[in-house]
Design a protein around this ligand. Sequence first.
Ligand code: FPP
Length: 247
Amino acid sequence: MKAELDFTRLPQHIAIIMDGNGRWAQKNGLERYMGHQEGAVSVRKIVEAAGEIGINYLTLYAFSTENWNRPQEEVDALMALLITTIQRETPDLMKNNVRLQAIGDLERLPQKSKDELSGCIQETSVNTGLTLILALSYSSRWEISKATREIAQAVQAGRLALADINESVVAEHLTTQQWPDPDLLIRTGGEHRISNYLLWQLAYAELYFTPVFWPDFREKDLLEAILDFQKRERRFGKTGEQVKSEK
Ligand code: FPP
């Protein structure tokens, strides 16, 4: 399947909503946390595959603002998994030249998770291959509210004129300011929702939904999503004729 890819038209940035861990566990008669554990295996495989294919940015929705409302036991299990996964995977991230970054309300994470995360971000900051961005304690509405507060503050302090607020100013205040917007959003687990994820940044992304549960998602599923992306015509609001004449 890899041979079918057009390497001149790869999505530069892929965002993924990793859904279906709980249902995968239920289907296999296991506890929910075991679904998350298997989900971490998929994270490893997909990070490796994305790097090999030549994707530049991969943003994974690992924990949403709303996920704090899950039973405490599950929240604790996810936080513990984050720590063990980072500890276990950092040597391979180094070997595979992957640079780790994180977005979200990271202050809410337990101290140990924050420490592991910042240690790994620091250590991998020298890498120049795939940038892996974990969305943790993240939601778009949180992010947009925060950006709005910052912009209002700048206006209040006289550093920014009201008339100068435009799309670039908003984008510069988002947590994703340093990266291009995702070209492709993949959601596993069969639901057709965006779930408060990168609402501003996904404005022109191609959306791809698959029924495959995240713990079953492998390189071949990623390739299928990219091949589907490559069949689509991205118009960015223009007509099909305009897009063709630009080629
Ligand atoms: C959604 O499945 C998934 C999550 C809330 C957590 C995602 C976490 C991982 C894949 C594991 C660890 C990741 C890292 C980066 C260490 P769900 O529980 O909502 O599934 P369901 O809809 O079937 O219940």
